[in-house]
Design a binder for this molecule. Structure first.
Ligand code: C2E
Ligand code: CA
Ligand code: CA
Ligand code: CA
Length: 274
């Protein structure tokens, strides 16, 4: 069919069609996967910028589909959000993450919560039930939410954030700096911390402006009483510079890639405060 694409439109149609059908197959495969053990969570360490000790881990979804291969969460999540499967999926992630907290003992676990799930009117109530059922200390659960939830749902989001913080959970604003009016959100919403997006690291150390911007964002976070996390740290010099800029917590391939839960204990032994 691509040969027919002389005017450019046909090729585009084919691409669209291909995309649509892969959407459909991801949907139907996911429905099955939710009842099998194809889905797992990997855990990436977050470390103290000053001492390098393990502070917490972030749970990241992995799907090894027998038919589709490895499906990235960046592809899967938007499709599940659109189809409505996200609620089921996200509850699975929460349950699995809570079980991980139980296994780890006292290492906090960060869980990414889709705006679609966070907006659910029963979110805080169901979370409270899950915390009780899992019998874990709520402060060990760190919820990572994105701007998306704040934009579309101001009052509801405020209320839900307040409710989950009252339960004792921590709330972090993820991907800070990728949206458009992040600064006001930091003021308007009661958060525990912010995760500065890895795109901020791109020009760090090369252009003095980039370093100044990072410094300002870190200081802003601190002035609002937030823990400041930087993600996507890939090199030693980035880590050092971020430490000099007073970042609290760092995450990235330089320290560790996402790993299976069983490997966190060994990482922790190597990275405890002296
Ligand atoms: P995110 O929440 O911003 O997660 C961080 C992503 O950056 C992860 O990609 C992680 O593997 C990657 N990363 C970590 N360190 C580095 C680094 O040093 N350099 C680079 N280039 N990347 C690094 P991953 O696992 O592919 O996840 C992609 C996105 O999918 C996540 O971005 C998050 O938005 C979403 N996601 C993943 N798991 C879940 C989940 O359980 N639920 C929901 N709702 N979303 C999830
Ligand atoms: Ca995240
Ligand atoms: Ca992020
Ligand atoms: Ca992201």
């Amino acid at each position: 069919a691509k040969a027919a694409g002389v005017n450019g439109y046909r090729v585009f149609d084919d691409l669209m069609e291909e995309r649509m059908s892969s959407r459909v197959s991801i949907r139907s495969e996911l429905a099955r996967a939710l009842d099998t053990d194809e889905l797992t969570l990997n855990y990436q360490p977050l470390v103290c910028a000053k001492t390098g000790e393990l502070i917490s881990v972030e749970a990241l979804l992995r799907w090894n589909s027998p038919r589709l291969g490895q499906v990235s969460p960046a592809v899967l999540i938007p499709i599940a959000e659109e189809s409505g499967q996200i609620i089921h999926l996200s509850n699975w992630v929460l349950d699995t993450g809570l079980a991980a907290i139980k296994t780890l003992g006292d290492v906090p676990v960060g869980i990414n919560i889709s705006p679609v799930h966070f907006r659910h009117s029963q979110f805080a109530t169901i979370l409270a039930e899950k915390l009780i059922a899992a019998n874990v200390r709520p402060e060990l659960l760190h919820l990572e939410i994105t701007e998306g939830v704040l934009i579309s749902h101001m009052e509801g989001a405020k209320k839900t954030i307040a409710q989950v913080r009252k339960l004792g959970c921590k709330v972090y604003l993820d991907d800070f700096g990728t949206g458009y009016s992040s600064l006001s959100y930091l003021q308007d919403f009661e958060l525990d911390g912010m995760k500065i997006d890895k795109s901020f690291l791109r020009d760090l150390g090369e252009r003095s402006q980039a370093t100044q911007i990072m410094r300002s964002v870190v200081d802003l976070g601190h002035s609002l009483g937030l823990k400041v996390v930087v993600e996507g740290v890939e090199s030693e010099w980035q880590a050092r510079l971020l430490q000099l800029l007073n970042c609290d917590i760092l995450q990235g391939f330089h320290f560790a890639t996402p790993m299976v839960l069983a490997d966190i204990a060994a990482f922790r032994k190597l990275h405890t405060a002296k």
